[in-house]
Design a protein around this ligand. Structure first.
Ligand code: AMP
Ligand code: ZN
Length: 454
């Protein structure tokens, strides 16, 4: 049995997909105007483990993630600067070029973290037609009003608007709370733009029944998720910051348009913190994956660090914790294939049931990692790498640190002998390594040694 904490009900619920054996899952993707930071990447690692664990349970998962390449505004409340334009000004290239550039760096980050490429990654700029159709439907059903600055969704017409985030609208309006903006065109502070009009200086514009302009941010996720997954689908993921505005608005506009439930299970990942505050693109506490690589860290050590915190807990980032994860991962990769503690079928079966049960209990990845480390079984790590994504087999076979010390020492001695052109000695060391069961090769960096496969 799989259980998830559903943000809709705030309770752990058994997961049962709409269609047996198949899961339809949507995740809010990146706004491609800058590098993703490692906080964003924590959320994508979490979503990747959701997908991987569903696959391990035998489900066929359709995983859709949008690419926000339409410029939208700095704050969720339709105010501030346009992100894509800001990126373009910063780098002196067009918003379209900015979007392609950072889309590519994003996919490169996913690859380095061994995050599976989603089944589909639709771009917002290629789905403006679907967004316009959806807004037309909302207009026909009486959920919109038009002002010179744009077409707005009237949240007062949607009775369950506060449900996902358990919003207290009266409190918000009285107290402000950052969520309320003062756009005088809006009837209610929580109303939001579906289509933005009369921004002639904005570089990305399309014709629409309401005039030239561009879509609001929220509408893209409704239009693209429903396009590829249908009016109702199983799982929607995102970071916790999306609960009160973005995901709330997605539900409102989708359900208002279709009249049926939009998403059955909402899963939200907690933040990566830097000190006391969350890591954010606008703050100066912003670390990219490339920064970690430049500092000599293995991206998978960052993945391993994330796996050790539950997705619904905050994770405080520090270089000390990343160092500890690096050491921990090295130990994982040092797991020996010989003398496996779970060599009997019964023992392996029981242990794998135990680890899977931990994973299936609201994505208990940290508990599962704890068990894997306790069993320290090569077979078990190999099996569960399908969920952990640490490239376990690849690294244990190739990583030089997993060579026994005497073998590594022989390789070093052979390099020294070759340097001195002592061919006799280098040949005899080579022979010793072969007798120990290794394949010996030469590379520009020196002797390569690999365990001979049986
Ligand atoms: P954005 O590109 O800002 O739309 O964010 C992409 C994803 O990263 C969203 O799902 C956000 O909820 C998530 N996110 C943003 N900041 C953090 C953070 N500090 N820690 C974890 N996830 C984050
Ligand atoms: Zn979204």
């Amino acid at each position: 049995m799989i259980q998830f904490t559903n943000t809709l009900t705030r309770a752990k619920q058994e997961f049962i997909p709409m269609e047996p054996g198949k899961v339809k899952m949507y995740c809010c993707g990146p706004t491609v105007y800058n590098f993703a930071h490692i906080g964003n990447l924590r959320t994508y690692i979490f979503e990747d483990t959701v997908r991987r664990m569903l696959e391990m349970n035998g489900f066929e998962v359709t995983h859709v993630m949008n690419i926000t390449d339409v410029g939208h505004l700095e704050s969720d409340a339709d105010e501030g600067e346009d992100k894509m334009e800001k990126g373009a000004q910063r780098e002196g290239i067009s918003p379209w070029e900015i979007a392609r550039k950072y889309e590519e760096t994003f996919f490169n980050d996913l690859e380095r973290l061994n995050i599976k490429r989603p089944t589909r990654t639709p771009r917002a700029t290629e789905h403006v037609v679907q967004m316009i159709e959806l807004i037309k439907k909302l207009e026909e059903r009486g959920y919109t009003y038009t002002r010179p600055s744009g077409v707005y969704f009237d949240t007062s017409k949607f009775a369950t608007y506060t449900e996902l985030a358990r919003l207290d609208l009266a409190g918000l309006q009285a107290g402000g709370g950052g969520r309320v903006d003062h756009n005088p065109d809006k009837r209610h502070p929580n109303d939001f733009a579906l289509w933005v009009l009369n921004k002639p200086r904005h570089a990305m514009q399309w014709e629409s029944p309401w005039g030239r302009g561009y879509p609001g941010w929220h509408i893209e996720c409704s239009a693209m998720s429903m396009q590829y997954l249908g009016a109702t689908f199983d799982i929607h993921c995102g970071g916790v910051d999306h609960i009160p505005v973005h995901n709330t608005n997605e539900i409102a506009q989708s359900e208002a348009a279709t009249g049926c439930q939009f998403v059955r299970y909402w899963l939200h990942g907690e933040f990566l913190q830097m000190g006391e505050s969350k890591m954010a693109k606008s703050a100066d506490n912003f670390i990219t994956l490339q920064t970690l690589v430049d500092e000599g860290y293995d991206p998978l050590a960052y993945r391993y660090l994330c796996l050790q915190a539950h997705y619904r807990s905050e994770l405080k980032f520090s270089f000390e914790s990343l160092d500890a994860a690096t050491v921990g991962l090295r130990k994982v990769y040092a797991t020996k294939a010989e003398n496996d503690p779970l060599s009997s079928e019964q023992a392996f079966h029981d242990a794998s049931e135990e680890v899977l049960a931990a994973i299936n209990e609201d994505l208990g990845i940290p508990q599962a990692v704890g068990l894997l480390n306790r069993y320290s079984s090569y077979r078990l790590w190999t099996y569960f790498d399908a969920v952990m994504g640490l490239r376990f087999e690849e690294r244990t076979q190739k990583a030089p640190e997993t060579l026994p010390e005497d073998v590594a020492e022989l390789a070093r001695q052979r390099d020294a002998a070759r340097k001195e052109k002592n061919w006799l000695l280098s040949d005899s060391i080579r022979q010793q390594l072969i007798e120990l069961g290794y394949e010996v090769g030469d590379s520009p960096a020196g002797t390569t040694v690999k365990k001979r496969s049986l």
